[in-house]
Design a protein around this ligand. Structure first.
Ligand code: 4NP
Length: 153
């Protein structure tokens, strides 16, 4: 059976598109489906931020085909696990849950790794450096997630 993983941030143009592309790059697409969404609706239908596209490209991953969409409550039904980038995303998603099963699906991405940092910082208002840092944090977490998914499914 396909495992369905959703990556969530606020805008769905910087962090979660990177998380979608990075995890997709590491897994067998026949066994794992990866998507991303944002809790805010500011950029619906848009491509990822050009800085996210560029940093992904630098690491050999094309995310330019992705389009922004808003997180919705059907996502609790459609996905097995929902990884959020920071505690604010967590609060926004948890507000929409209806039961403990839905709550249990929501996890902080960096909780899968043993890093001092527990949140992927929002790079939107920062420079290029922020995007490389964000890429590295997400990449480290996705290595662990992919290894688990590739062995379990
Ligand atoms: P993201 O970054 O949540 O990583 O996609 C943001 C992108 C846009 C905005 C906020 C965060 N915004 O306010 O438009």
């Amino acid at each position: 059976m396909t495992t369905r993983v959703l990556m969530v941030c606020l805008g769905n143009i910087c962090r979660s598109p990177l998380a979608e592309g990075i995890l997709q790059h590491k897994i067998d697409s026949e066994k794992v489906f990866v998507d991303s969404a944002g809790t805010g609706g500011f950029h619906i239908g848009n491509k990822p931020d050009s800085r996210s596209i560029a940093v992904a490209q630098k690491h050999g991953i094309d995310i330019s085909h992705q389009r922004c969409r808003k997180f919705n409550t059907q996502d609790f039904v459609d996905f097995d696990v929902i990884y959020v980038m920071d505690k604010s995303n967590y609060a926004n998603v948890i507000t929409l849950t209806k039961n403990t099963a839905e709550i249990a699906k929501v996890k902080l991405l960096l909780d899968v790794v043993n890093l001092p940092k527990k949140q992927v910082p929002d790079p939107y208002y920062g420079g290029e450096d922020g995007f490389e840092h964000v890429f590295q944090l997400i990449d480290t977490a996705c290595d662990v997630i992919a290894e688990k998914l590739n062995t379990n499914s």
